[in-house]
Write a protein that binds this ligand. Structure first.
Ligand code: NAD
Length: 385
């Protein structure tokens, strides 16, 4: 068995109703909580009723470097001693940056990958409680935060072990208010974040177990959660899938879907989950074909076969069958969820070359099970349009 290291939040609490523990957990960490939420602060007001915050920052959309600077400044001015993030992945990512940088005097760009200084994050961070309200990113247990840089037209990560939450509270009941589109988009992200680490070059036996369990839950719950938003079994399956995806990606990297998605998010401004949804089927097909042709002994071929079996209930006899089974399953899901392709998300033909240049340098691309050629990546963009 391969040796491995595994790192995650110091404590994870999972289950319907778990969010009621927030006031207690907050008091354990300090007296001056600073809140990061989305724009709709009424949605989860009940959970925050007994939290006496010293200030708050409401994020609109996905976070930019400027949002991070403004939120860090507000938390510093409020002399916060711990941070609470309550929202989707966008809010949690911003909250992580605030927790990481409030106690120090550096700019977020100093720590950014690819376009920034890439300096290690400080150890001296504020404690941080993460409560996801979508089932998608698993950001409550990942060691990175994604920020958009509009001038570079790209989204990049700040990354390091000090970004791991002190407490992650995953309460599926918080996701019941997500409308079908948000459920579908974030759910496709969660599914992708199980499949990519499972097949990643950096997969470990522990990640295999978690990612496979997450895929099984998505197979049961994704379409149901979209169709019936108050189906708590389906919401619980998707919250679990999202958590498994976060645990997996933080310990095994991702792949070409996310390598392209970071760049496409910066180029088009479209929602991250929608971009993952548009790419997942074609990346899966191209990866399996490339490995069958050039690296037939690549262990990821076996992992894709496991994924196909978990999702379809049928064993695949060879890479051709695996590719066919996954393509059919993902195609049926796409049709059911009615998610748009890349062109409808705002990708113009003229942008393809610049996207390919940037995506080949992306950090997630390094996790892809095989190095894809530029022609293969171009084929993925065309076929995902
Ligand atoms: N750090 C990581 O590991 C990681 C991984 C993947 C993606 N991300 C980032 O996470 C972000 C995407 O996160 P997301 O998919 O959760 O979407 P999101 O946070 O952008 O939220 C999507 C929309 O849903 C709304 N929403 C959130 N919770 C809701 C609820 N309970 N009821 C109704 N509406 C609700 C939000 O206000 C927003 O309008 C992107 O910025 C992406 O880059 C981070």
């Amino acid at each position: 068995m391969t040796d491995f290291t595994f790192a995650t939040a110091a404590s994870i609490r999972f289950g319907a109703g778990a969010a009621a523990e927030l006031p207690h957990q907050s008091r354990r960490l300090g007296e001056r909580p600073f809140l990061i939420t989305g724009r709709n602060t009424h949605r989860h007001a009940e959970i925050l009723r007994d939290v006496s915050d010293v200030g708050s920052f409401a994020l609109a959309g996905e976070p930019t470097f400027d949002d991070a600077r403004a939120a860090v400044r507000a938390a510093r001015d409020a002399r916060a001693d711990h941070i609470i993030g309550l929202g989707g992945g966008a809010v949690l990512d911003l909250a992580k940056v605030v927790a990481a940088l409030t106690a120090v005097d550096t700019d977020p760009m100093d720590h950014a990958e690819v376009i920034g200084g890439g300096q290690p994050l400080p150890h001296d961070t504020l404690p941080f409680i993460a409560l996801p309200t979508t089932s998608g990113t698993g950001s409550e247990v990942t060691a990175n935060a994604v920020l958009a840089s509009p001038e570079h037209r790209v989204k990049v990560s700040l990354r390091g072990p000090s970004m791991l939450a002190t407490v992650a509270i995953v309460d599926p009941a918080l996701t019941v208010s997500c409308p079908p589109l948000v459920t579908a988009q974030s759910g496709m992200d969660a599914l992708t974040q199980c499949l990519e680490p499972l097949t990643s070059r950096f997969a470990t036996p522990m990640v295999d177990a978690l990612a496979t369990a997450g895929l099984r839950a998505a197979g049961r719950g994704l379409a149901r959660a979209v169709a019936e938003g108050d189906d708590m079994e389906a919401r619980t399956d998707m919250a679990f899938c999202s958590l498994m995806g976060g645990l997996s990606l933080a310990n095994a990297k991702l792949g070409a879907v996310h390598g392209l998605a970071g760049v496409l998010g910066g180029t088009t401004g479209a929602a991250h989950g929608a971009i993952c949804a548009a790419l997942l089927r074609t990346v899966t097909g191209v990866n399996i074909r490339a490995m069958a042709e050039r690296e037939p002994d690549n262990p990821a071929l076996g992992k894709y076969a496991i994924a196909a079996e978990v999702l379809t209930g049928q064993k695949a006899a060879d890479p051709g069958h695996t590719a066919y089974a996954l393509d059919a399953w993902l195609g049926a899901l796409e049709a059911e969820l009615r998610l748009p392709g890349l062109a409808a998300l705002g990708l113009a033909d003229d942008d393809h070359d610049a996207v390919l240049d940037a995506a080949q340098r992306a950090s997630s691309m390094k996790g892809n099970p095989i190095t894809l050629t530029r022609d293969e990546l171009a084929e993925i963009l065309r076929a995902s349009a």
